[in-house]
Design a protein around this ligand. Structure first.
Ligand SMILES: [Ca+2]
Ligand SMILES: [Ca+2]
Length: 323
C-alpha cells in the first residue's frame, strides 16, 4: 500500500504540473523560450520559418546630432526628420535573426545575422532557465544554448546539438517497456482533462475557438465522462475502451497545437519541443514515447503516427479535427 500511495501522489503531482503546462501552452502561442531554434534538419526549412521567435537584438546607436535634448528643444519638423533618418540608417531595425544570432551591419551598411556571443546573453534568473542540451551539457539559458549552437553551425556537432529539456541536466532513468505502454494512457486522459479545463475557464480568455468549444462541450456535458483526478491505469484503460469517442478530439487538438512551423501535418523535433522539453524531467518515458511514435523513423511524426500512438483507430483520424 505504501509504495502505491507514493506513486499515486507522484502521479497526481505530475498531472497537475502537466495540466498547468498545457494550459499555458494553449493560452500563449508556441513561441515560448521552450521552443527550440527553427532550424530543422533540412536547410529548406530555415528560410520559410515564421518570424515568431526572432530576437532582434538591435543595437541602437544614437546618431550624431540626434540627442534627446536636441529633439526636445529643436523645431518639431526637425525632430521628425531626425527620427526618420534614424530609422533609415538602422538597417537592423527590421531585420530579424533566428535564435542564437544578432543583427550587425556590414561594410556596405547591409544588415546581416551573425552568431551571438554567449557572453552578451542576460544572466539567468534561476535554475529553471537552464537548458539541458542533447550533448548532456547544462547551458545557463536558452540564449546561451542557441548562441553556442550557432557557433557550431556547419559542424557535425552543431547539427546534432538540440535543446533536450528545460532545467539542468540530470539522470533520466531508462524507460521500461511496461512504463512506455502506460505513458499514452495517462497522457490521453490528461489531454482530455486539459481541454475540459480550458473550456471551463474560457469565458474571458478565448483559449478555444468557437468550433473547438462546440467539440469540447460534447465531452464536458457527457455524464459518462471520467472526471479529472487520479485513476488507476486499469480504470484509464477501461474508460478508453468504453468512452473511446471522447478521446478522439483531444488527441487531434494537441497535434494541431504543435503543428505550427509549418502547418503541414508533420511534427518536427522543433515543433515537438514545447511539449517535450518541459515534460522530460518529469516523465522519463517522454523521449522514448516520441521516438516510438515516429513509426517510419523519418524524424517527423505524421498525424497518422501520432493518432496511432494514442490508440486512435485509423478510420477516426480526421484532418478536419486538427484545425
Ligand atoms: Ca509541421
Ligand atoms: Ca514519421
Amino acid at each position: 500500500m505504501g509504495p502505491k500511495l507514493k506513486t499515486d501522489r507522484r502521479l497526481k503531482l505530475k498531472m497537475r504540473v502537466w495540466i498547468f503546462f498545457l494550459i499555458c501552452l494553449a493560452g500563449t502561442t508556441l513561441a515560448a523560450p521552450t521552443e527550440e531554434e527553427p532550424v530543422v534538419e533540412e536547410e529548406t526549412f530555415v528560410e520559410g520559418e515564421p518570424i515568431v521567435e526572432e530576437e532582434p537584438v538591435v543595437e541602437e546607436e544614437p546618431e550624431v546630432g540626434a540627442n534627446p535634448v536636441q529633439v526636445e528643444t529643436g523645431e518639431f519638423d526637425e525632430a521628425i526628420e531626425i527620427v526618420e533618418d534614424f530609422i533609415a540608417e538602422n538597417p537592423c531595425l527590421n531585420h530579424h535573426c533566428k535564435k542564437g544570432k544578432v543583427c550587425e551591419v556590414d561594410d556596405s551598411n547591409q544588415p546581416m545575422c551573425v552568431c551571438q556571443d554567449p557572453l552578451t546573453c542576460p544572466a539567468p534568473v534561476g535554475e529553471f532557465e537552464h537548458i539541458c542540451g542533447t550533448d548532456n551539457k547544462t547551458y545557463e539559458s536558452s540564449c546561451h544554448f542557441f548562441a553556442t549552437k550557432c557557433a557550431l553551425e556547419g559542424t557535425k556537432k552543431g547539427h546534432k546539438l538540440h535543446l533536450d529539456y528545460i532545467g539542468p541536466c540530470k539522470l533520466i532513468a531508462p524507460c521500461l517497456n511496461n512504463e512506455l505502454n502506460e505513458f499514452p494512457l495517462r497522457m490521453r486522459d490528461w489531454l482530455k482533462n486539459v481541454l475540459v479545463a480550458l473550456f471551463e475557464r474560457d469565458e474571458e480568455n478565448n483559449l478555444l475557438t468557437e468550433k473547438q468549444k462546440l467539440r469540447v462541450k460534447k465531452i464536458y456535458e457527457n455524464e459518462k465522462r471520467l472526471e479529472a483526478g487520479e485513476h488507476s491505469l486499469d480504470l484509464l484503460a477501461l474508460d478508453f475502451e468504453k468512452n473511446y469517442n471522447m478521446y478522439i478530439y483531444p488527441v487531434h487538438w494537441q497535434f494541431g497545437q504543435l503543428d505550427q512551423h509549418p502547418i503541414d501535418g508533420f511534427l518536427s523535433h522543433t515543433e515537438l519541443a514545447p511539449l517535450r522539453a518541459p515534460l522530460i524531467p518529469m516523465e522519463h518515458c517522454t523521449t522514448s514515447f516520441f521516438e516510438h511514435c515516429d513509426a517510419d523513423k523519418d524524424k517527423y511524426i505524421a498525424l497518422e503516427e501520432w493518432a496511432n500512438c494514442f490508440g486512435i483507430k485509423e478510420q477516426d483520424i480526421d484532418n478536419d479535427l486538427v484545425i
